[in-house]
Design a protein around this ligand. Sequence first.
Ligand code: PLP
Length: 464
Amino acid sequence: MSTITNHMPTEELQALDAAHHMHPFTCNGELAQKGARVITRADGVTLTDSEGNQILDAMAGLWCVNIGYGRDELADVAARQMRELPYYNTFFQTTHRPAIELAQKIAELAPGDLNNVFFAGSGSEANDTNLRMVRHYWALKGKPSKSIVISRKNAYHGSTVASGSLGGMTGMHEQGGMPIPDIHHINQPNWWAEGGDTSPEAFGLAKAQELEKAILELGEDRVAAFIAEPIQGAGGVIVAPESYWPEVQRICDKYEILLIADEVICGFGRTGEWFGSQTVNIRPDIMTIAKGLSSGYAPIGGSIVSDEVASVIATGEFNHGYTYSGHPVAAAVALENLRILEEEDVIGHVQNVAAPYLKEQWEGLQDHPLVGEAKIVGMMGSIALTPNKETRAVFAADTGTVGYICRERCFANNLVMRHVGDRMIISPPLVIKPEEIDLLIACARTSLDECYAQLKEDGLLQSA
Ligand SMILES: *Cc1c(COP(=O)(O)O)cnc(C)c1O
C-alpha cells in the first residue's frame, strides 16, 4: 500500500523526492535545496500543484499533450486494453490488434509513400532505430560506406547515445563520450542569432548550402542521411527562413541522401498540419514520431518509413527492436488520441481559431522593450530576449541568465513558459481556447515587465 499521497505537506513530498529521485536535465543538488514543484492533477490546459495553484501549461507538458489533459476516453481505452491484452510482443512473427490498427492509421495520415511504421517506446529510441536503419539500408544496397549522418548544431533528437549524438547540443556532447563516430554537424538556420548583416533569405540559402558543402567534403559515397526537425524545438523554436527547406530538399534529391524529418514535436498538428514536413513542404524518407502521437498519455514513438526504404529493409532480418515496440496499451491510447484529433477536428481548430489568434497576440509582444523577434508557426512560438532590438544584441551576462530570470517570473505568475538560453518558448495544448490565450499573453506580459524591472535593478541590461 502506498503511504505517499497528494495530501501530504508539500515540504514532505519534496524531501522524499530529493532523497531518492534523480531528475532528468536537472542539477539535482540545487533542486534538493529548493524543492521540486509537485504537480497533483491537470485538466484541459491547466495544472494544479500541491499548494493548490492553478498553472497555465503553455508547454503542453514537454510539447506533447496536444489534446489537453483530463480526457477520460484515453483512460477508459487503456483500462480496457489492459484487461484484454496488457502486453504481448511483436517479435518472432506475432502481432496484435492495437499495433495493426495504429500502423494502418499512421500510414493513412502520413503523406506520400510513408506507409510503414517501426514502433519504439520514445522519440530517442525511434532515432536510434533510424540511425541503424539508414546505415543498414545503404549496406543492403551495396554501399556500406554510406554511414555518415549529417545533422545540425543545436538540434535535439533525444538523449540516448545515438540520438544524443545525432542532436547538436554541446552541453550533452560534453558528458558521457558523445558524439559517436560518423555523425557530422552543420550550422542551424538561426538568422536572429547568427545572421549578422545578411538578409534572412540569403542566410537561409547559405545554411542549406552548408549541407551540400558537407556532402562534397565528406564524399557522396560516405553520406547516408540528413536529419532535421522541420522547426527546431528544444533548440529554442528556431524557424528557418523560407529559402531554407526547398534548397535542402534539392540537395538531398541531387545526391541521393535520405532525408529524416524528426517530427517528434512537429507531428500531429503542432504546426497546423498533420506533420511539420507538410508545413515546410519537404518529402522525407523517414519521419520520427513520439510525443503528440499519444498526447503524452502513454509512452510510444516510432519511425514512419517510405515504401522504398521499407522494401529494402524487408529483404532480410533487421536485428533491432524493443520489448515495448508497438506496446498494446500505448498503441490503443495513441489510436484513441488520433481518433480525437481527427473526429474533433483539432487541426481545424488550430488552423482556423487557435493559431491565427495566438500568432496575433504573440507577435504583439514584440512591442515590449525586452523582446527582439517573436516567431510562431502553428502552436509553437518563441521570443528572443535582447538588451537592444535594433542591433539584435545579446546580454553581457552569461547566456541563459536573463532567460532563467524570465522563466522564474513566469512560474511565479502561474505560467509554464520555458527558456532556452535567452529565448522564451511556448507550445501549448492544441485545444487551447481564445480566452486561455488571452490569459497566457497577459501572464507573459506581466512576467516580461517584472523581468525587465529586475534586470534594470540588477544592472543586467547591458549588451555583450
Ligand atoms: C523530445 C524529442 C525527442 C526525444 O523524444 P523522447 O521521447 O524524449 O525520447 C526527439 N526529437 C525531438 C525533436 C524531440 O523534441
